[in-house]
Ligand binder design. Sequence first.
Ligand SMILES: NC(=O)c1ccc[n+]([C@@H]2O[C@H](COP(=O)([O-])OP(=O)(O)OC[C@H]3O[C@@H](n4cnc5c(N)ncnc54)[C@H](OP(=O)(O)O)[C@@H]3O)[C@@H](O)[C@H]2O)c1
Length: 263
Amino acid sequence: MADMLAVVTGASSGIGLSFAKELASRGYDLVVCSSGERLAEATESIRSTGADVIDVIADLSTQDGVETLWKKVTDLGRPVDIACINAGIGVGGQFWETDLDEELKMVELNCVGTVQLAKYIVRQMRDLNAGKILFTSSIAGEMVAPREAVYAATKAFVLSFAHSIRYELRDTGITVTALQPGPTDTDFFHRASMDDTKVGSEGKKQSHPDDVAKDGIDALFAGKDHVYSHSTTTRLEGAVANLVPGSVKASVHEKQAKPLNEK
Ligand SMILES: NC(=O)c1ccc[n+]([C@@H]2O[C@H](COP(=O)([O-])OP(=O)(O)OC[C@H]3O[C@@H](n4cnc5c(N)ncnc54)[C@H](OP(=O)(O)O)[C@@H]3O)[C@@H](O)[C@H]2O)c1
């Protein structure tokens, strides 16, 4: 058993599986979660690195699912040193044509489940005054994104949420980092019904999930607020999308939003 424990959601494939392997290679034990049977095979491949891995099948788009995951984590009696809140799905298409139930499930997973799990994790980390949290947002969180309108809004939500709680926790031992990938070669576009799009069909031209995950974990360990990953195009797009630093926006907003009787 290692000294340190990491929780990774959406670890059955793509960026989440790469997070888990990256953290295992850095000596972390893992609790990995996803909603389906694919998790078993992924868990075996992570275990082959030598890490202790506990797998939890839970639908994180439901409150019961998030509670199931959190109970498994707390039953271990070990603090969470790192949490990668990563599970997410997309829905492609014109908003007037896309399926409402699919979009609402996406909001439940990408936004509601993210907030619920973050609440449990932040409270535990606050009690111990230590921990690192990585949220998987997207470059799409700073874009105007026709044909992924609701998806991009969920990622803007995650980005804003991550920056805001990072600022609230600035004087603690807890850091919060947002990973903002560009197009990455995972199951994401297929599951979003976007195989027939340019972005969804470029396969090998997209970033490799291992590179994206490494960028995210490196940024997490460096205590960065966010990182664009992985291609030069994605980094350039990000650089021009964000001309005012997040910490400046946060400081200005906090002055407006804090109680008048608080210094
Ligand atoms: N690929 C890209 O181009 C790209 C770009 C920017 C951001 N992102 C973000 O990266 C994150 C990971 O996506 P990915 O690209 O690695 O796609 P992926 O390969 O499809 O992985 C998605 C992961 O989320 C899990 N998941 C889906 N629904 C779930 C649910 N209801 N409850 C629990 N787990 C669930 C999936 O596992 P099961 O199917 O087993 O449940 C899988 O492990 C997402 O948040 C996505 O928005 C991706």
